[in-house]
Design a protein around this ligand. Structure first.
Ligand code: GDP
Length: 332
């Protein structure tokens, strides 16, 4: 039975990856911060066989301890402060967890493997936010980075540290440069889920409108369930490498609003969306669109869910969730 350790198990990707690996017969260990973490019950419901270990990406010895218990064949570092908007308000914390956390887990692995880092395969969750103010379109593995937020800067540090450990210590370390990937498990602070939840609530008469920031930025949005498959595939190769994972399509926030509102029969959303300066960012990433042809050629990976299908499944799921919440509230 192969063994895997996942940091960030309570996040969207951690849950999908944990499910995937458990279904493949892995013994899956998840790192969680704090015994009373409220998300633990969700993890245990979705991945009943999970073994949770306490540890923190800010604490090297806790990472060494977790590796000693898990004895993993594969380590997936998905733990991070992952919301770009927050990263300006908590820049130092973002640098510490999203950036330095990568160095700490690599160091923990180096110590754990007594320097033979090729023994344990390592996946680093890198991000299209590293491209930031993009130097070429579409973005590929060779595109230079120009991050635009403390989050993007921290992810860039983590990416280069992963490459450096591969080159310095022969680590089997891969960096997956994943473009935005969403699902019904996405946090409410991200624009896709914020929109699909608001659309569901507006359709049910629970709220009148939604306040957003910049409606002009464009993203390459895929389905998170597809993207965790790519993570696993990277670690099954003969040699470690870096891959862009993306759909190759880009859509604006305006298009996201079109698809989400039309799912509930609203074709003109202009009176339902307001703009609030609070949601604008100090520096913006205007356009992201990835070229995942290397992943297609070498990993045989392709996305299976279209933008429309993705938005529809998120709206449908939020309609269900909000209906249940509303009927519970009316019973009280
Ligand atoms: P990101 O690509 O990792 O920053 O993912 P987000 O979902 O947080 O943001 C995607 C884009 O949506 C960014 O360009 C944001 O500026 C834009 N956006 C516009 N309004 C909002 C909003 O109310 N919330 C968030 N999170 N993003 C917004």
């Amino acid at each position: 039975m192969p063994r895997a350790l996942i940091t960030g198990i309570t996040g969207q990707d951690g849950l999908y990856l944990g499910e995937l690996l458990a279904a493949k017969g892995y013994e899956v260990f998840g790192l969680v911060r704090g015994q009373s973490n409220p998300k633990i019950s969700t993890v245990e419901r979705i991945i009943p066989s999970i073994e949770l270990l306490e540890g923190d990406l800010r604490d090297l010895s806790s990472l060494i301890g977790a590796l000693e218990i898990a004895q993993p064949d594969e380590v997936y570092n998905l733990g991070a402060i992952s919301f770009v908007g927050l990263s300006w308000k908590q820049a130092e914390l973002t640098g510490d967890i999203t950036g330095m956390g990568v160095l700490r887990i690599l160091e923990a692995l180096r110590i754990h493997t007594q320097g033979d880092m090729s023994k344990v395969r390592f996946y680093q969750a890198s991000s299209s936010e590293m491209f930031g103010k993009v130097r070429e379109t579409p973005q590929r593995e060779s595109t230079p980075f120009h991050p635009r937020s403390p989050y993007g800067v921290a992810k860039t540090f983590g990416h280069y540290m992963t490459v450096n450990y591969r080159e310095s210590y022969d680590a089997f370390a891969c960096s997956g440069i994943l473009f935005n990937h969403e699902s019904e498990r996405r946090g409410h602070e991200f624009v896709t889920r914020k929109v699909t939840r608001a659309v569901a609530r507006i359709a049910l008469g629970l709220q009148a409108s939604v306040a957003l920031g910049n409606l002009d930025s464009r993203r390459d949005w895929g389905f998170a369930g597809d993207y965790v498959e790519a993570m696993w595939k990277m670690l099954q190769q003969d040699t470690p490498d870096d891959f862009v994972i993306a759909t190759g399509e880009t859509h604006s926030i305006g298009e996201l609003l079109d698809v989400a509102f039309s799912r509930v029969g609203i074709n003109d959303w202009s009176s339902k969306v307001t703009q609030d300066p609070r949601f604008f960012r100090p520096a913006e990433v205007d356009l992201l669109i990835g070229d995942a042809s290397k992943a297609a050629d070498e990993l045989g990976w392709k996305p299976t869910v279209t933008f429309e299908q993705l938005v529809h499944r998120m709206v449908d799921s939020d309609l269900k969730i909000e209906k249940i919440a509303a009927s519970r509230a009316s019973e009280d």
